[in-house]
Design a protein around this ligand. Structure first.
Ligand code: ARG
Length: 459
């Protein structure tokens, strides 16, 4: 038997394989609430413009609410033969209200319908991502505030570079996640146009009111070109792009947490709530959440590449290729939300180890730059020469197996005669960080200013 929605010209039904490759109901059922909201707005508009009767529209709007509650309560029977969520809902509406249901699809197509549903879904997801990012940023601000003046090593090439403050390091991630927040907000502003009423591709001859449906669904305006409206998936790509960059940030932080929680570093203790044990090694406490967050970029960026590749080279207007958009976005969205929540929990729970951080901050000749700067400032030495002299002092300490502050004044003077005891002031890690008062620098005062600024912006 041919399809009840479009089978007029068909004598036979589809092959089972055709049905299997064609059906999207297995995943687009997640658009049920959006689909019903879109249909209810469309029905109201059809009545307001006199295209259908008020009583038909009322029956549709009521019936659609019944369908929604059936779906929400798990009482709805999805049918693969009905392909997708749009036809499943409409067929059920027909079973509930009868003939008036057949008028719902006046002046629209599944093409503008799915574009509208998916946009609504992605818009909700952008809002959820914004909330997730804000929660994570809140957790980071808490860590930054608690350890604004705690010292730790700063790295380049993962080699000790200069001492920094714990708060400064946390605030670097706040900057990253705040940019992610900005990307999500930008995307939402750009995507908030309503495709409904573009119909199949060319618009419709019915006197529809696209402003009305756009407004009802919370869009800023109807999309301006019907061909573009049904063909555009930029909003999904922008979400995936923002999600990819955010997942990349998460992976960098996760990597640091994996390193920092190792027995060799011991910079942080992760909570039991966000760690797992080993079934064979009793001593183990593994940072699995951090590792999984580190890995999530794989599928999220994968979704970005997949959808970009689906869209590449597609001629206008709608092609069934575009049905491949949803699973990628659903998977990326689910995993991004999970990663954000897990990271937020880990950050809230983790205990930075102040003593270990401070001990590490002073090792590895981390204040060598401070020493070179002292030679410039106090002895008036050109920086290049100061760099060389300091290098000799580092070599001396290394040969002796000690850190720079452990060299005696005599040993220092054997490298350069004019060095005096005031040099020891700059070799301490606290003085080192406190001196870096340049705007955006690691001095606790600067870090506290950063924290105050973000707190104000974000509340
Ligand atoms: N399930 C389809 C999709 O996700 C809905 C649109 C179908 N349109 C069509 N012309 N067959 O894209």
């Amino acid at each position: 038997t041919s399809n009840q929605m479009w089978g007029g010209r068909f004598a036979a039904g589809p092959d089972a394989i055709m049905e299997a490759i064609n059906a999207s109901i297995g995943f687009d059922r997640r658009l049920a609430a959006q689909d019903i909201a879109g249909s209810r707005a469309h029905a109201a508009m059809l009545a307001a413009t006199g295209i259908i009767s008020d009583s038909d529209a009322e029956a549709m709007r009521e019936g659609l609410l019944t369908v929604l509650s059936e779906i929400e309560e798990g009482r709805f029977e999805f049918s693969t033969a009905l392909e997708d969520i749009h036809m499943n809902v409409e067929a059920r509406l027909k079973a509930i209200i009868g003939d008036p249901a057949g008028r719902l699809h006046t002046g629209r197509s599944r093409n503008d319908q799915v574009a509208t549903d998916f946009r609504l879904w992605v818009r909700d997801q952008l809002d959820a991502t914004e909330a997730g990012l804000k929660a994570l940023i809140g957790a980071l601000l808490g860590q930054a505030e608690a350890g604004a003046d705690w010292v730790m090593p700063g790295f380049t090439h993962l080699q000790t570079a200069q001492p920094v403050t714990w708060g400064h390091h946390m605030m670097a991630y706040v900057e990253m996640f705040a940019r992610d927040l900005g990307r999500v907000r930008d995307a939402r502003v750009r995507m908030n146009e309503c495709p409904l009423g573009a119909a199949a591709l060319a618009g419709t001859s019915f006197p529809i009111d696209r402003e009305m449906t756009a407004k009802e669904l919370g869009f800023d305006r109807p999309s301006a070109n019907s061909l573009d409206a049904v063909s555009d998936r930029d909003f999904a790509l922008e979400f995936l792009g923002a999600a990819s960059i955010c997942a990349m940030h998460l992976s960098r932080f996760a990597e640091e947490l994996v390193i920092w929680s190792s027995a060799q570093f011991r910079f942080v203790a992760l909570s039991d709530r966000f760690s797992t044990g080993s079934s064979i090694m009793p001593q183990k406490k593994n940072p699995d959440a951090a590792e999984l967050i580190r890995a999530k970029i794989g599928r999220i960026f994968g979704a970005n590449v997949a959808l970009m590749t689906v869209m590449k080279g597609l001629p206008l207007a709608y092609s069934k290729d575009m049905q491949e958009d949803k699973e990628q976005v659903f998977d990326a969205a689910d995993n991004l939300m999970l990663a954000l929540a897990a990271m937020e929990g880990m950050v809230r729970d983790m205990a930075p180890q102040r003593a270990a951080l401070e001990a590490a901050a002073g090792s590895g000749f981390s204040t060598a730059t401070d020493l070179a700067d002292w030679l410039v400032r106090v002895l008036g030495m050109p920086f290049r020469e100061a760099h060389h002299v300091t290098g000799s002092l580092v070599a001396k300490a290394e040969a002796k197996g000690c850190d720079l502050p452990d060299l005696s004044l005599e040993e220092m003077q054997s490298v350069h005669g004019e060095i005096d005891a005031s040099v020891y002031d700059v070799l301490g890690v606290h003085n080192s960080v406190a001196s870096r008062m340049s705007y955006g620098g690691t001095a606790p005062e600067q870090v506290r200013a950063q924290i105050a600024r973000w707190k104000e912006v974000l509340t």
